[in-house]
Design a protein around this ligand. Structure first.
Ligand code: 4AD
Ligand code: MG
Length: 468
């Protein structure tokens, strides 16, 4: 038997159908690749009436034989023997037509947008990156920790939490003093969705040495930007015996590993996303256009990241033309200011022209757990800043000295009852340790060249947006 005689079955969804008198062409896609399979239907073999219900969006099961393609778009195509319509999609009703839809429109059709080229590519890339994260850490001897999603503490101490309760909201029990009586709630105390798995990862690192979490995290910050989600995924390694320099080395190595993995395993999807971005860029002014996607990924791989202190960054920003001409929305005048994304991007895109790791931030703008420097002013924090994104990673060496941590917790008015277990690790076999958090969707923004974080997670959760 010749190879071309082997009949195979394919199933998928119709992207387009076109035809002439004797032959019909159907582009079929099952989501496994950006490329469609071209079905060639000989209308002498299969009556046109059998194709009447085949429109964009319909699901088919098709038997046929793969043959070298006469057309230029593909190497092979399928010569169809039998065709079965599994599910129709009425052309007057199906929202996705074979034309370019806006990303805003597709957000409203998030139940169907997986079926577009763009979201198919992003979804496959997101999967590959999830796998690569686990592979990276597994190969390095890290253990994956499942940190809890419901917690009783605020890991970042920023109070940006969603409450979790089974109390009836229209009849919340009160104490004699008129406060909410959480003793009557499900857990007998106040509960919320976690903002970070770090504190639990620290507990595990102080026994297993090298651990990481990769889970959903929740922030009730009301920031309606293209880089913030209320529900996002975070990767948080935590390593015993690491200092801040080891931490930076790990962060840089991991980011480069993931970017390289994408280049090696997702070439077709990246090529598609690159073309998509190029189209998008045409609408922008020349100076606002970003680098071609694959070139940008390789560029980051080739560069050692710049490492400077917050204090050095403030000097650069304060003396910049941008600042002097009043072009920052938030002008930089004094040491101590929190950096906005416009400042982070200036450092990365204009000044150094490569990723930057900023260290030793003022302690007053960072979380309670960060290791305090001897200057009494700064902490051993490190943020990784990326082109087009700003902060992609936030991390630090942790305060491992019991008394120093305790005094910081008291200074910052963090409720002690919820923190006793965290403090106790500093009493029993405490060691220097460090870790960081990579925002998975920020990484996906960088890799895909998409402009809005709502388009790199299947079902984004943002203020006033909870459909699907
Ligand atoms: O800088 P953050 O708040 O750090 C932590 O949560 C630490 N506990 C991490 C650690 O040391 N283990 O958040 C870490 C990263 C940010 O750099 C950013 O990439 C991402 O998480 N991130 C968000 N991504 C999307 N939407 C939001 N609202 C985000 N907030 C933070
Ligand atoms: Mg941060």
């Amino acid at each position: 038997m010749q190879e071309s005689d082997i009949e195979i079955n394919v199933k998928g969804w119709v992207r387009t159908k076109r035809g002439s008198k004797n032959v019909a062409f159907i582009a079929l896609n099952d989501g496994s690749t950006i490329h469609n399979l071209q079905l060639v239907v000989d209308l002498e073999k299969i009556p046109e009436s059998a194709l009447a219900h085949i429109h964009t969006g319909a699901a088919l099961s098709v038997d046929g034989v793969l043959v070298p393609s006469a057309g230029s778009g593909q190497k092979v195509e399928m010569s169809v023997n039998r065709i079965e319509v599994l599910g129709t999609a009425h052309p007057d009703e199906y929202p996705l037509q074979p034309k370019k839809h806006s990303l805003e429109f597709l957000r409203e059709k998030a139940h169907l947008r997986f079926r577009t080229n763009t979201f198919g590519a992003i979804t496959r890339l997101r999967h590959a990156m999830t796998f690569a994260v686990h592979k990276f850490f597994n190969d390095k001897g890290f253990y994956n920790i499942h940190s809890p999603i419901i917690t009783g503490s605020d890991a970042e101490g920023a109070g940006e939490m969603f409450h979790v309760t089974t109390m009836k909201l229209d009849a919340i029990p009160k104490t004699a003093e008129g406060r909410i009586d959480f003793k009557q709630d499900f857990f007998g105390k106040e509960a919320n969705l976690t903002v970070s798995g770090q504190l639990e990862a620290e507990l595990a690192a102080l026994a297993l040495s090298k651990v990481y979490t990769f889970g959903p995290t929740f922030r009730a910050e009301n920031s309606n930007t293209s880089r913030h989600l209320a529900e996002f995924w975070m990767i948080e390694p935590e390593v015993a015996f690491f200092d801040i320099n080891d931490d930076m080395d790990l962060a840089e190595e991991m980011l480069k590993y993931l970017i390289n993995y994408a280049l090696e395993h997702c070439a077709d999807d990246l090529a598609f996303l690159s073309k998509r971005q190029e189209e998008e860029e045409k609408t922008k002014k020349a100076e606002e256009r970003s680098m071609e996607l694959i070139e940008k990924l390789k560029f980051v791989l080739d560069q050692p990241f710049e490492r400077i202190t917050y204090t050095e960054a403030i000097d650069i920003l304060r003396d910049s033309k941008q600042n002097k001409k009043g072009k920052f929305q938030y002008p930089i005048d004094a040491w101590g200011a929190d950096l906005q994304s416009e400042h982070e991007r200036y450092l990365v895109e204009k000044h150094f022209k490569k990723p930057v790791i900023l260290t030793d931030y003022p302690r007053d703008i960072k979380a309670f757990y960060m290791k305090q420097n001897d200057d009494g002013k700064t902490v051993r924090a490190m943020d990784v800043l990326f082109p087009g994104i700003g902060e992609i990673i936030g991390g630090s060496q942790r305060e491992e000295v019991y008394d120093k941590l305790l005094s910081r917790i008291k200074e910052m008015d963090i409720p002690m009852e919820s923190m006793w277990w965290y403090l106790e690790t500093r009493k029993f076999g405490t060691v220097p340790h460090a870790g960081f958090g990579l925002g998975f969707e920020r990484l996906m923004l960088f890799l895909t060249g998409m402009g809005n974080i709502r388009d790199v997670i299947p079902f984004p959760r943002t203020p006033f947006n909870l459909e699907f």
